[in-house]
Design a protein around this ligand. Sequence first.
Ligand code: NDP
Length: 291
Amino acid sequence: MEGGIKLGGSYRFTGIFGDPVEHSLSPAMHNAAYAALGMERAYLPFHVTPPRLRAALHAIPALGLIGVNLTVPHKERALRMMAHLSDEARTLGAINCVVNRDGVLHGDNTDARGLEADLREAGLDLAGKVAVIIGAGGGAAAALLACIRLGASTIAISNRTVARAQRLRRRFARYAPDSTAITAHGLDRLLGSGLLSSAALVVNATSIGFTAGEFLPLEYTATPGDCLFYDLIYAREPTPFLKPGIALGRRTLDGAGMLANQGALAFALFNKVPPPLGLMRTTLMSALGRA
Ligand code: NDP
């Protein structure tokens, strides 16, 4: 859509509901894909506050929107407002995609598959290995499902509120094979070397790190030299969680690749065509000033 917006009467729309939404890079990613594929479609950001979520969702069929992504703070509440849910959405207890199928709203969630795809692209072999997930919210649930699917032998959840980590462990125990143990801890376990000394992957799934400053106390030096540090948060600069890992020479990735992959999966759900993942990823990286 760059170089002049020409939206004709035949155009159809997708978009994202969030509060705030102006920071979202999804419109750039999806619109670049539409332009490259020559589709008469556009992706719009909608600032939807929590009290207006229900009305905004009702407007999807009324306006003929093809579908929308959901971001903070709507992912969990919107689940209860769907006519149908995918198994993945039920498992995660949250949705990040709403697809309008003949006026009926279907909720789905592409976060776990997006992270799994990014970790596979990074060449991570987690089979039979240990993963540590910091946090116990919706992002942590997606990370937990991705680690289960990647075959981790132990997945340790460390969270400020231990009861929340324990709830997450109980919820996902049924999805894990016998060969995968899920454990729940407080943040203090990030200081002893026990948990970290055999970690192949450490994921930050807390919301700490949008702003500059220090991450939580974590014994980076206890991790093996080939441990991958993955931050679900993405930014122009290395995040506070990743900085000490970079300084130690560890492999680090932020959540930009997860965002690109979950966006590509959503594009396929909305438009029923194969998504141009490479283009969506490079568009995102250039929007982050990292191309
Ligand atoms: P939630 O609000 O559900 O969970 C936040 C988590 O952060 C909780 O575990 C909370 O602990 C923890 N936390 C927050 N502040 C602190 C603090 N000061 N000290 C210790 N722990 C803290 O958020 P989400 O799970 O939805 O999202 C987490 C992050 O993942 C966000 O930054 C989000 O943007 C990112 N994300 C990225 C995606 C991508 O595509 N790259 C997709 C999905 C999420 P407690 O339980 O104790 O409150």
